[in-house]
Design a binder for this molecule. Structure first.
Ligand code: PHE
Ligand code: ZN
Length: 881
């Protein structure tokens, strides 16, 4: 690594700011070739600060045009200006500091600060983008009210928006106009937003629980007006749900959602002016999959819920990011569970945790839910902070129960309204509301890594006593070698011949939540402990980690007979799903060891039969019948050794083939009975049925010509993107190249003007393992449907290739690694946040026996580049350490 190394920032070095800014006046003059930002900061020295304290303002890529204190231009020895800061000394205890900055939104490719997306002016300030707009103490513990004036060309920018309420609008000379916005709620700078451009509106209203009327406005390009209904419905459902479930009411008279095409993340919760990636708002049957509809619903909800968990109560510093994100993801997950199927949502979240978050926990970027240090905060918008953070909140909910949890959440919002606080404050509110001591539980916030529970059992037939011995261990992670025991709620039951058994646990009161007494939450909080169940009529099969009650791995030596019993008869759908996955995993492991094995394990066969013949929620059934993903199998393999992606790929093909042949009639039956014939609607019933019919179709087409032509017909007759994509993927995998190409061309002809559909078109081709994927991806990089500056396109093509086409990404000659490396190299300058995210698959080099050397070599090559961004530098240096 060369040059000056970026600095590491530590949580332990947190200091409260010396100055607060109580009121911020901003005046934007937006022009085509530059913009001017006039700021008036009403500052006040904090009580703890010394009289001579310096006011430290962040500022990057700003040109200073004017600087004055209380109306007087500042002399040059009263301030110091550098690339990153403006420091002003000799200040009175309070006053007004005025600055004018000149900035260039049209050439801002980082999509942070003020930038232009298809002509539209928009901002992204979280986490540290506000400093690219004006000088300011750009840290979340400085909260201010904002008064914002926006001037722009009236024809180019008919819409001028910022946070809060519109207080004035007027025409200006020279075809320009002005809008003035006032946000009465104090907020940190990361929640500031401005939008100016030519947008069309969809409007609706919501009446809050106290009868206040709120205007709901979604702003999109005119061509997309017909794609907003689903987001608007989702918003109204979210608002009602937050009132009912959390007692939270919306607090302003207007709420905006703006859709932009160029956006680094999914969406952003700016106060009353949420800005969304178009992919997370716009929905239409031809351009959005069922999963896409569900994702829009949950992201709209997520951003809306931030209005309380994030905005009204915010984070003291960025180490506390999970305070708002973990809690808000928990809230949106509960919302989705209430809107749809609870166990389905649980299975899908568990899949994400086990496939992706466990891998992060085991990789070089491993960090706790509350990191203790970072170089670049943008690198910490992770599965650990978001999803594991939400699991930590879920465990609190499990330990406290719904009632006390709600009391704790009410206390938290009440106690800290208008403040910037820490994860400790959140847990304290939970403690105070419940009377429980959670000090040991808090280790979940500071300890990285995935705990592993090793569970063994003993059956005393004479006494009818069944004993579970549970030990826990969390593996060492970078910078954390010794781990303490965590408090782990282990939900469980015991399965007998005729169903789940009644539980009597030595020394514990029955679980009040379960009336039938067959379900228990064991509190695992020591390195080793035993749980004894007495009065049992038979030796049971343990049903463990029900509902994925904690983000842990479980090691229990199940026999296949036991797994079959759980698949067929357990009460918990997560355990049933997981048990079938385990049966498939062990079949796949055998196939990997013995590639020519032909016969399907009869117990797996019976388990699949059981799932096919029972009346379950079809969406859950579909998840059960799907093969474990290559990514999940690679994660499992690297946990106990090294992953062989080529072996995994072949084993999956073989198992798919075996299941396809063994159950051909079943697949046909399922396909015929679940195939949706009614016109498309993104409603739970149809989504579940489609999922199951489509899993069946995929098996039907496996190694079968008739099945492939069925898939091709299905493609052409589809009235929605979900079916069309399933059919297209299946044909690309199973059909001949000419047929595949013709469908790709057909798709392009149909949807070339729909950029969101084109993203799927790019992904399908990047993930296609037949033929020369690398050449195909390189060719697509030159295609008009691609845009090397648009994050959605980059993710759709390059991200899909590196994350979902393992056999070509891990080609033995390293060409896949080089392709990714080249893209990261260009992005390092253009858009460092996307560059460093894209790097993730390469950082996992240590998981692979074959690729490790070449993967490392590519990382090393990148690390020699001049002028690495802090984002990319941090990921490279940690991966190579
Ligand atoms: N705070 C946003 C969310 O989770 C995510 C985000 C982070 C968006 C940083 C943009 C930039 O909802
Ligand atoms: Zn969020």
């Amino acid at each position: 690594m060369r040059d000056a190394q970026p600095k590491t920032i530590f949580l332990s070095e947190y200091k409260a700011p010396d100055y607060g800014i109580s009121y911020t006046e901003l005046h934007f003059e937006l022009f085509d070739d530059h913009s001017l930002v006039h700021a008036r900061l009403h500052f006040k020295r904090s009580d703890h600060a010394s009289d001579t304290a310096t006011l430290v303002l962040n500022g990057q890529e700003l040109e200073l045009q004017a600087l004055a204190l209380d109306g007087e231009t500042l002399a040059s020895d009263d301030y110091e200006l550098s690339d990153d800061f403006l420091c002003v000394s000799g200040l009175p205890a309070s006053g007004v500091l005025e600055t004018t900055a000149r900035i260039y939104p049209q050439s801002n490719t980082s999509l942070e600060g003020l930038y232009r997306s298809r002509g539209l002016f928009c901002t992204q300030c979280e986490a540290e983008g506000f400093r690219k707009i004006t000088w300011f103490p750009d840290r979340p513990d400085v909260m201010s009210t904002y008064h914002v004036t926006v001037d722009a060309d009236a024809r180019q920018c008919p819409e001028l928006l910022s946070n809060g309420n519109l207080v004035q609008s007027m025409e200006l000379p020279g075809d320009r106009h002005r809008a003035v916005w006032d946000d009465p709620f104090p907020k940190p700078s990361y929640l500031f937003a401005l939008v100016a451009g030519n947008l069309s509106r969809v409007e609706d209203t919501f009446i809050t629980m106290n009868g206040r009327k709120v205007r709901l406005i979604i702003l999109v390009e005119e061509k997309d007006l017909d794609k907003c209904a689903h987001a608007m419905d989702s918003l109204k459902r979210s608002m009602r749900w937050d009132e009912e479930r959390f007692g939270r009411e919306y607090d302003l008279d207007v709420f905006h959602i703006v859709a932009v095409d160029d956006f680094n993340m999914g969406a952003m919760e700016n106060k009353s002016l949420n800005i969304f990636n178009t992919s997370c708002v716009l929905a239409a049957p031809d351009t959005t999959t069922d999963a896409g509809y569900q994702r829009i619903e949950s992201i709209v909800a997520h951003e809306y819920f931030h209005n309380w968990s994030g905005n009204r109560v915010t984070c003291r510093d960025w180490f506390q990011l999970s305070l708002k994100e973990g809690f808000t993801v928990f809230r949106d997950a509960e919302f989705s569970a209430d809107m749809g199927s609870r166990s389905l949502k649980r299975v899908e979240d568990a899949m994400v945790m086990r496939t992706l978050q466990f891998a992060e926990d085991a990789g070089p970027m491993s960090h706790p839910v509350r990191p203790a240090s970072f170089i670049e905060i943008s690198n910490f918008y992770t599965l650990t902070v978001y999803e594991k953070g939400a699991e930590v909140v879920r465990m609190l909910h499990t330990l406290l129960g719904e009632e006390d949890f709600r009391r704790g959440s009410d206390l938290y919002f009440d106690r800290h309204d208008g403040q910037a606080v820490t994860c400790d404050d959140f847990v304290s509110a939970m403690e105070d509301a419940s009377g429980k001591n959670l000090s040991d539980f808090k280790r979940w916030y500071s300890q990285a890594g995935t705990p592993e529970l090793t569970i063994r059992d003993d059956w005393d037939a004479e006494q009818g006593v069944y004993t579970l011995s549970v030990s826990q261990e969390t593996p060492a992670t970078p910078g954390q070698s010794d781990k303490e025991a965590l408090v782990i709620p282990l939900a469980m039951g015991l399965l007998g011949e005729a169903g789940n058994l009644r539980l009597t646990l030595d020394g514990e009161a029955p679980d009040p939540e379960s009336a039938d007494n067959t379900h228990r939450i064991l509190i695992v909080d020591k390195p080793e402990q035993e749980f004894r169940f007495s009065g049992l009529p038979e030796c049971p099969t343990p049903s463990l980690l029900r509902g994925f009650s904690a983000p842990v791995r479980v090691d229990y030596p199940y026999t296949r007979e036991q797994l079959l019993a759980l698949v067929s008869r357990d009460d918990d759908e997560f355990v049933r799903w997981d048990s079938l996955q385990q049966l498939m995993v062990s079949a796949l492991q055998e196939l990997q060891a013995e590639p020519h094995r032909v016969s399907l394990d009869p117990l797996l066969e019976e388990a699949v039969n059981a799932i096919c013949s029972q009346s379950l929620d079809p969406a859950v059934q579909a998840d059960m019948l799907r093969l474990p993903s290559e990514t999940y199998l690679a994660e499992l393999a690297s946990h106990s050794g090294k992953a062989d992606v080529h072996g995994i790929f072949r084993a999956r093909q073989a198992l798919r083939q075996a299941l396809a042949e063994t159950f051909r009639e079943r697949w046909q039956q399922l396909f015929d009975s679940y195939r949706v014939t009614a016109p498309y609607a993104a409603i739970g019933e149809q989504i579940g049925a489609r999922a199951l019919a489509n899993v069946a179709l995929d098996y039907l087409a496996t190694g079968d010509e008739q099945g492939v032509s069925l898939a091709a017909q299905y493609y052409f007759s589809a009235d929605n993107l979900t079916n069309r994509l399933v059919a297209l993927r299946t044909v690309l995998r199973e059909g001949d190249a000419a047929l595949g190409d013709s469908l790709i061309d057909d798709f392009y002809a149909r949807f070339k003007d729909e950029t969101l559909a084109m993203n799927h078109w790019l992904s399908v081709q990047a993930e296609n393992t037949s033929g020369d994927s690398i050449a195909r991806v390189r060719a697509l990089m030159e295609h008009p449907a691609y845009d090397s500056r648009n994050p959605n396109k980059i993710r759709a093509l390059i991200g899909a290739f590196a994350n979902a086409n393992a056999v070509h990404f891990h080609k033995h000659d390293g060409a896949g690694y080089r392709l990714l490396g080249e893209v990261v190299e260009t992005l390092n300058e253009q858009n460092p946040q996307i560059a460093s995210r894209l790097l993730t698959p390469l950082t996992r080099w240590n998981n692979y026996a074959q690729g490790a050397t070449l993967m490392r070599a590519e990382l090393e090559r990148l690390s020699e580049l001049p002028s690495l961004s802090p984002d990319v530098y941090e990921v490279l240096s940690k991966s190579l350490a």
